[in-house]
Design a protein around this ligand. Structure first.
Ligand SMILES: Cc1cc2nc3c(=O)[nH]c(=O)nc-3n(C[C@H](O)[C@H](O)[C@H](O)COP(=O)(O)OP(=O)(O)OC[C@H]3O[C@@H](n4cnc5c(N)ncnc54)[C@H](O)[C@@H]3O)c2cc1C
Length: 547
């Protein structure tokens, strides 16, 4: 359909944003409704320039803890799945339970979680991450094993897993299906701009979209609109379109607020007491070849009883950039990552930063590590390179065996919903200013949960933690190393009334009948989980709801 015909068509569904959420919504809806007309509007376009006006007009206020705009999202079909890691994680019961430190910010409930579970199997198909089982106790071949000798599950668990998608680049993977879908029109290179104000029945009839290259405007008419432009852009569109809330006293005060990501980094290692060969430090593989991996987590009861934030902690390599690890293979990978051009090809900037820390240091000492452990220092990375870049189901990461049974611990932790963490329009009413800080509650919870893990491992006689910093310095260390902006959520949260949130439990924008938001911005709490897989379940559910 050419752009002129688009203006003359009344679509049943118009989805804004062609990332994982938008793609799943349109494909699922089109499959369920082959006779309905669907339009997918995407800002990016084939052959787009490396810079774009949206990212250029974002101002990050805290650049220590938040990545730069170009590192946080991607434009173009497939959205940020172009550079995502592919880690698929489920939310947990505790994420739907109020705790004192949430201060009323947990505005969704466990019934919604239970309802969503019905859509997880379909989401898992889109994500190509194998059977939708997220606990090793449910997988026969792993159910009797444990992370390390002597470990027992109690308040600390080791059986919850992350699954890994191919990683699926949604644009490349689903472009053919989108283009071949007879009732679906794909409009690339257009930016969603202005919605019509709702009529007296709260129906919104149209949206103006603007060509990214030519600035021409088109009017799109549809029965339903779904904003799936990612957290920051869906939020910006709503902040610019407050006429959508005309039927309410005012726009919801939570719009743009309660911005969350995850605290992430390393402050300690674990030394296990048992046989190093019995430690499950790396990936396991499901019978269908999917990569899966254990992580330490804490029971919902323990977190609620102690008012702590949901946190996963997994075994990791020592810091790549610190030559003292003495591993030739790690030094080789560090040097590859800091090599101009090559480094950019090997990993997106946010992931590369976690390996290099943005530092080019001690090159001679790294070279010495490589020489001392030659040829293993070259052969090992060569094998990893093959598995990671040449196979269809790619090795999702690199975890190296430690003969001393000593592993770094990587934490990935929930943040409290804090109103001051927010996205707001700049004085020009176009630019987006992002305020993002870590709170004391966030940081203290990470420290306490490391303590809990340490005590638990000692009680099981399975191991103990070794902290990398003095106790008094842990808090500063976490504040220095933790950097997010790639797992964005919270700014258009679900709640039972517009007093507390921006969308209802069906993702419908308060104040309208037919505008929906499908983005992790609707998640009121961030849990320990990377958000995209659970968002996929919401997209499948929304497509079914709109049917
Ligand atoms: C380096 C990196 C690693 C990551 N790793 C993981 C991981 O391992 N696991 C995980 O769960 N998550 C991960 N994420 C996060 C994940 O990529 C996002 O959660 C996910 O892509 C969000 O999907 P989405 O469809 O909501 O938004 P996006 O993927 O951001 O897509 C939004 C789309 O909307 C378009 N758009 C924006 N504004 C407009 C507009 N005004 N009009 C029209 N179109 C518009 C954009 O061009 C984009 O294509 C990672 C992210 C990054 C950057």
């Amino acid at each position: 359909m050419n752009p002129e015909n688009i203006s003359q068509t009344n679509f049943d569904l118009c989805v804004i944003g062609g990332g994982p959420a938008g793609i799943i919504t349109v494909l699922e809806y089109s499959r369920l409704n082959p006779d309905k007309l669907v339009l997918l509007v995407e800002y990016g376009y084939p052959g787009q320039k490396s810079k774009n006006a949206l990212d250029d007009s974002i101002q990050i206020e805290n650049r220590i803890n938040h990545h730069d705009p170009y590192e946080c999202t991607n434009k173009g079909l497939g959205g940020s799945s172009l550079t995502w890691g592919g880690r698929c994680v489920m939310y947990d019961d505790v994420d739907f339970m109020d705790r004192p430190s949430m201060a009323g910010g947990c505005t969704w409930d466990i019934n919604l979680f239970n309802e969503l579970k019905a859509y997880v199997p379909t989401a898992a198909v889109y994500f190509e991450c194998g059977d939708p089982l997220f606990n090793l106790k449910d997988i026969a071949e792993f159910k009797d094993k444990k992370i390390a000798e002597n470990f027992k599950e109690g308040i600390v668990t080791d059986s919850t897993i992350e699954r890994w998608s191919m990683p699926t680049r949604f644009g490349q993977r689903y472009e053919k299906e989108l283009v071949g879908c007879p009732n679906l029109t794909l409009l690339q290179g257009y930016e969603a701009r202005d919605f019509a104000a709702p009529d007296k029945n709260n129906n919104v009839s149209s949206l103006t979209v603007r060509s990214v290259t030519g600035q021409t405007l088109l009017e799109v008419k549809a029965k339903h609109f779904v904003l799936a432009a990612g957290t920051q852009e869906s939020t910006r569109i709503l902040l610019r379109n407050t006429q959508l809330f005309n039927s309410l006293e005012k726009a919801p005060s939570s719009l743009g607020r309660y911005y969350q990501g995850h605290l992430s980094g390393k402050i300690a290692s674990v030394v296990f007491t048992g046989d190093p060969k019995k430690t499950e430090y790396g990936f396991l593989r499901n019978s269908d070849g999917t990569y899966i991996r254990r992580r330490f987590q804490f029971t919902s009861k323990y977190l609620v009883d102690n008012d702590l934030l949901n946190t996963a902690i997994w075994l990791d390599n020592p810091l790549y950039y610190n030559h003292k690890h003495k591993s030739g293979a790690m030094s080789f990978m560090y040097l590859a990552m800091i090599t101009p051009f090559l480094g950019k090809k090997l990993a997106p900037p946010a992931i590369a930063h976690s390996i290099t820390n943005g530092e080019v240091k001690n090159i001679r000492k790294h070279l010495w590590n490589i020489i001392k452990t030659f040829p293993g220092s070259i052969l090992k990375p060569a094998g990893i390179f093959y598995k990671r870049y040449c196979l269809k189901r790619k090795l999702p990461g690199v975890f190296l065996f430690s003969p001393k049974n000593d592993y770094a611990l990587h934490f990935h932790a929930e943040q409290i919903p804090c109103a001051e963490n927010r996205m707001e329009l700049g004085p020009d009413k176009e630019s987006l200013i992002i305020h993002y800080e870590l709170t004391d509650t966030d940081v203290n919870s990470v420290i306490k949960l490391h303590d809990t893990l340490d005590k638990w491992l000692r009680e099981c006689n399975s191991g103990k933690l070794h902290y990398w910093f003095e106790k008094d310095d842990l808090s500063d260390a976490i504040r220095r190393i933790s950097k997010d902006g790639i797992h964005q959520s919270g700014t258009t949260r679900i709640a039972d009334s517009p007093k507390d949130g921006v969308v209802d439990r069906d993702l419908r924008l308060w104040g309208t009948k037919n505008v929906f938001v499908c983005s992790s911005s609707v998640f009121p709490t961030s849990g320990q989980a990377n958000p995209t897989f659970f968002l996929g379940a919401f997209a499948v559910r929304l497509a079914n709801y709109l049917k």
